[in-house]
Design a protein around this ligand. Structure first.
Ligand code: P6P
Length: 328
């Protein structure tokens, strides 16, 4: 993959990095750079709230459900508010798709970008202090600015992303993103209030021995999936499943591995969402030299039919995803 052309030293601040690499963007006019800054800003606010979650009354369920019928946690709603507010004020995004809202949100901006976001994935882990994450995809709007948002502005394939990334609120907080020129990771330095470059030009190992899948659901896996899991065991692979997609993805990105959420009896198309979970991670995986499929074909070429559609998800080291596909 073409790395970011200007090799910048570890410790470079995110703003400086974005500015130095801005001319790589197909639309190098500062808007996408500002959008990335707006997302980073919102994540700093969410990070502060996540880190205080045990001390202020923002833990636990809201008593409401999201579009998928999943219990909304208080921090889910808070995070959604923070990102929506930052993107509205930033003015570069015209529309937002979120796990937390039924239909798309028209931000009434003259912005040229559409954002798909899972504001806080894995939020049920907040109460037990397990890492959680924000996942985002950035698309160009297709219809002219000033016109009403069209369906084809919203339901775009993953290959049409202009940028994507995640924030991992973990033992340290990291922002990892791509604009199609490689993957770079930034660690949040809270004393500075800055993300600084810590993982330049990230590449996922071509092969690995870590498999991440919820084996508690294995009775309802298809036979090929069961056979692949058995193959992993026969080859003494290590099972690592945190139950927080961003954390599992990030570990596999660094060490090599495969994350699988297949079709199950409960979720016939898998549990994960194409638009605001899988597309972003698939873009990152491919940019880092890995692969992402629905078991058969590339995630990034799936044409979405619905904002909240789900897809089986196989993502990680190239050779591991290919091996899993050979069983399917
Ligand atoms: P299960 C969290 O709810 C999530 O969306 C991902 O972060 C995580 O990988 C997966 O679901 C866990 O799902 O069914 O294994 O509990």
């Amino acid at each position: 993959m073409e790395a970011s052309r200007i090799a910048l030293p570890i410790g470079t601040a995110l703003d400086r990095f974005i500015k130095n690499n801005q001319d790589q963007f197909q639309y190098a006019n500062g808007e996408l750079s500002q959008l990335l800054r707006d997302i980073a800003l919102a994540s700093k606010v969410v990070n502060r709230e996540v880190n205080k979650a045990g001390l202020i009354d923002i833990m636990g369920p809201m008593g409401s459900q999201n579009t998928g019928g999943e219990q909304q946690q208080k921090l889910d709603v808070l995070a959604n508010i923070r990102f929506t507010r930052a993107l509205t004020k930033g003015g570069e995004a015209c529309a937002l798709i979120s796990e937390e809202t039924e239909s798309f949100v028209d931000l009434n901006n003259e912005g040229r970008y559409m954002i798909a976001i899972d504001p806080l994935d894995g939020s049920s882990n907040i109460d037990v202090n397990v890492s959680i994450g924000t996942i985002f995809s950035i698309y160009r709007r297709k219809s002219p600015v000033g016109q009403p948002i069209q369906e084809n502005d919203i339901l775009q394939t993953g290959d049409e992303q202009v940028a994507a990334g995640y924030i991992l609120y973990g033992s340290s907080t990291m922002l990892v993103y791509t604009t199609g020129h490689g993957v770079n990771g930034f660690t949040y330095e809270s004393t500075l209030g800055e993300y600084v470059l810590s993982h330049p030009d990230m590449n996922i190992p071509e092969d690995g021995k870590i498999y991440s899948i919820n084996e508690g659901l294995s009775n309802s896996f298809s036979q090929p999936v069961k056979s692949y899991v058995q193959y992993c065991k026969d080859n003494n692979y290590t099972a690592r499943y945190i139950g927080s997609l961003v954390a599992d993805f990030h570990r596999n990105l660094l060490k090599g591995g495969i994350y699988i959420y297949p079709a199950t009896a409960k979720d016939k198309n898998g549990k994960l969402r194409l638009m605001y979970e899988c597309n972003a991670l698939a873009f990152l995986a491919e940019q880092a030299g890995g692969q992402a499929t629905n078991g058969k074909s590339r995630i990034l070429k799936i044409k979405p039919k619905d904002l909240h559609e789900r897809t089986p998800f196989y993502v990680g080291s190239k050779k591991m995803v290919e091996k899993a596909a050979s069983f399917i």
